[in-house]
Ligand binder design. Structure first.
Ligand SMILES: [Zn+2]
Length: 346
């Protein structure tokens, strides 16, 4: 009996020493202490022993039993330690996805906004953003576009349903241009003004490749003494050269806008054909990029500013269109959609 116990001890201590997984240790434990385990079955043979033998075997059996249990438990700890270490090493050596590949960036329109705002900051312009949901008076009336005036047809306006508010119908709208910012500034009655706004506007437009219900406008307004068309010409060339290169040139054409007098449409010499005529400029050598003019004296009426003392200019263009020309983007809808292919390209 004593030999058998020693044999089991020797055999299993060796097996336990060689085991390398918890699963192996579990089966060794079962082989020893399970229902039919070698250690578990041993006491059944005790009754066959003489009293003297039993007295000796008892403590020896218990000692071996405890030793094997402890050996298994100790080995379990070791195996666990090993697997933690392996896991840690794996973490260190596992190849990650390069950060660069997943890094986001500013939207093309936002990059452009930053560029232009920086440009005009250098000339002393400050940003003044007016509300998107606007009163009719700032969007139209103060801009020399009275109610029922035919020039209102120039803008397809989205009106806000005010039936639940104590507001007369047709008084609240989504602004159709960024021009609402300058009557808001002028009514404060302080001059000089040298402000700009790069922001969203909204119109009731059917969406296609060149039109959208939501688009950006960049607009500047200058009010002060001795402000003239020459300042307007300077600002136009300043912007165009900065964005399209030194060769960029602008030309003015007379154009009607109710809030300016005189009003001009500003064309830019086609940067692709240098005026010879190509597909992008529809063969004309020029493309229209902005509308501008000297602020109409009627606009001054709603302010405390004296139009005899002060004059002003206002000048706005569509940055989305400018970007489409610069990057040959064919569809304005890309600006509002979250198409990753487009977003990652710019
Ligand atoms: Zn051209």
């Amino acid at each position: 009996m004593q030999d058998k116990i020693s044999q089991i001890k020797k055999e299993y201590l060796e097996k336990i020493g060689k085991a390398s997984s918890l699963k192996e240790l579990d089966s060794l434990f079962l082989a020893l202490f399970g229902k039919k385990g070698e250690i578990a079955l041993l006491p059944k043979e005790f009754p066959k022993l003489s009293d003297t033998e039993r007295r000796k075997i008892g403590p020896a059996f218990n000692a071996v039993k405890q030793e094997l249990e402890k050996a298994i438990e100790k080995k379990r700890e070791e195996v666990r330690e090993e697997s933690y270490k392996a896991l840690e090493n794996e973490k260190l050596t596992l190849q990650g996805v390069p950060l660069e590949a997943r890094k986001g960036h500013l939207h093309l329109a936002t990059q452009f906004k930053k560029e232009i705002i920086d440009l005009f900051n250098k000339l002393g312009f400050y940003q003044f953003d007016a509300p998107h949901v606007e009163w009719d008076k700032y969007n139209f009336e103060y801009l020399n576009i009275p109610k029922d005036h035919p020039s209102r047809d120039m803008w397809d306006t989205l009106y806000v349903d005010t039936s639940r508010l104590e507001v007369e119908p047709g008084q609240m709208l989504l602004r159709t241009h960024t021009s609402n910012f300058w009557p808001r500034l002028m009514e404060k009655g302080k001059a000089p003004i040298r402000a700009m706004s790069f922001d969203r506007c909204f119109r009731y437009e059917a969406i296609d490749a060149r039109h959208s219900h939501t688009f950006n406008q960049f607009e500047v307004a200058v009010v002060g003494e001795k402000i003239t068309m020459a300042n307007l010409k300077f600002l136009s060339d300043y912007l165009l050269k900065a964005i399209l290169g030194k060769e960029a040139k602008s030309r003015f054409r007379p154009k009607y806008y109710p809030f300016v007098e005189p009003g001009v449409g500003i064309d830019c010499l086609c940067v692709f054909c240098h005026g010879r005529g190509c597909k992008i400029c529809s063969g004309t050598g020029w493309f229209e990029i902005a509308g501008a003019g000297m602020i109409h004296p009627n606009v001054f009426k709603s302010t405390d500013l004296d139009p005899k003392k002060y004059t002003g200019l206002a000048w706005g263009f569509g940055p989305d269109r400018m970007l489409m020309i610069k990057h040959e983007i064919e569809d304005i809808r890309y600006f509002l959609e979250g198409d990753l292919k487009f977003l990652q390209e710019y």
